[in-house]
Design a binder for this molecule. Structure first.
Ligand SMILES: Nc1ncnc2c1ncn2[C@@H]1O[C@H](COP(=O)(O)OP(=O)(O)OP(=O)(O)O)[C@@H](O)[C@H]1O
Ligand code: SF4
Ligand SMILES: [Mg+2]
Length: 375
């Protein structure tokens, strides 16, 4: 278990996690520039612990650049962690090629952009038949056609024969994303990592894809990680929400508890910025600063340069995860009852103790070439 503690489990997470991350960290090396000294790294993901139980959707929510996709790639083992551990069914994952292949089959990643994830020169049948053949999950001819039809039926692309013959350009964005999900399902995964699966889709068809993910959780018992910047869709779909800020999880718990009683000021910021047709006034926290530069993240609580409640202690000492309700935890000094007066003294804008504020305005340094391809 990491120093920051695991993501709290919600009510639907009674079963043991299929996949668990413990203290996952990814630091990307960057080239030396005026702003980035030799040996500088991007702190993309820092000490993240997370559990994905069967039959449950865990939303990973945060602003652009908070490390969501990097975390999804770490969970999919597409990139190697700087440190930390992944456990499948509670056990270590031995570094053999057989285990690597089996892991790649069991843990599937669906990407944000259904336009680029499908090859325009091949029809839907080709996209779905290929993984079935590669993993020897269907025979040839009629057997293969039936398996393709079954997959299309599972993602509600009917009549299946008609959709199997279509090319990507003949499909709507939502239909393309359904094909991408069907392709992931072809290898009978147990864990689905969906990285912003609806953010590029028209608002009118997003709900259909979210409902499809909900079906896969209920019908097939998949463990799903739903990566999104949209906390409103997370509230709709997820059982558990983990909120990420600047590479760290700052709040987690049952979706209803996190969205109805957000404990962390950053979650409050996200919720205040979420669309709400019933709200008469503009969100009070919207526009309050920008995420930090992750080459030199702020000391202490990484949110302190933007936080309306920031105190002296927040600028130099990172807060630990503290339980605030059943299964609901938040990393914030506001939950510590025993701070002294100096530690509690407010940080005003421009206070010399504030670190890392406004550095986002500088262009991020380019990544350093990494030796070899990561697996
Ligand atoms: N290969 C890389 N080399 C260097 N830095 C990287 C690399 N990949 C990601 N980063 C940096 O890591 C940080 C987290 O990026 P990531 O893509 O994980 O964020 P995100 O939350 O998915 O953002 P978005 O919502 O825009 O997709 C960013 O500062 C990004 O610039
Ligand atoms: S620890 Fe301090 S700066 Fe961070 S969210 Fe809490 S009050 Fe704000
Ligand atoms: Mg991303």
């Amino acid at each position: 278990m990491s120093a920051r503690g695991p993501v709290a489990a919600g009510p639907a997470t009674a079963s043991a996690p299929l996949l668990e991350a413990r203290g996952l960290t990814k630091h990307f090396p960057v080239r030396k520039t005026r702003l980035a000294p030799r040996g500088a790294v991007v702190h993309a993901v820092d000490d993240v612990s997370l559990a994905l139980p069967a039959g449950s959707v865990t939303a990973i929510v945060g602003e652009s650049g908070s490390g969501k996709s990097t975390l999804a790639k770490l969970l999919a083992r597409l990139i190697r962690p700087t440190s930390g551990q992944l456990l499948l069914d509670g056990g270590d994952i031995p570094p053999t090629s057989r285990v690597r292949r089996s892991y790649a089959r069991q843990v599937q990643l669906v990407l944000q952009d259904p336009f680029s994830s499908l090859n325009p020169v091949h029809d839907v049948r080709y996209h779905l038949a290929r993984p079935l053949k590669v993993h020897r999950l269907a025979g040839q001819g009629g057997d293969l056609d039936q398996s393709v039809a079954d997959l299309l039926e599972r993602v509600a692309l009917l009549p299946a024969a008609q959709f199997a013959a279509k090319y990507p350009h003949e499909l709507s964005g939502g239909q393309r994303q359904r094909v991408a999900i069907a392709r992931a399902l072809a290898v009978a995964p147990r864990i689905l990592l969906a990285d912003e699966p609806v953010s590029m889709l028209d608002v009118s068809i997003r709900l259909g894809v979210l409902n499809l993910l909900a079906d896969l959780r209920e019908r097939d018992g998949l463990a799903i990680a739903y990566v999104t910047h949209d906390i409103a869709s997370a509230r709709y779909l997820a059982d558990v929400i983990a909120v990420m800020y600047a590479g760290q999880i700052v709040e987690s718990g049952p979706a209803g508890s996190v969205t109805d009683q957000p404990a962390h000021p950053y979650t409050q910021l996200l919720l205040s910025a979420a669309p709400d047709p019933d709200r008469a006034q503009a969100p009070a926290l919207r526009g309050r600063g920008a995420p930090p530069n992750l080459v030199t993240p702020p000391a202490g609580c990484r949110f302190h340069p933007r936080c309306p409640h920031a105190m002296r202690i927040c600028a130099d000492t990172p807060p630990a995860m503290t339980q605030v309700a059943a299964g609901h935890a938040s990393a914030c000094w506001l939950h510590a009852p025993d701070l002294d007066r100096l530690q509690r003294s407010p940080l005003a804008p421009g206070d010399p103790h504030i670190s890392g504020a406004g550095e986002r305005a500088a262009p991020p340094p380019p990544p350093a070439p990494e030796p070899g391809k990561e697996t």
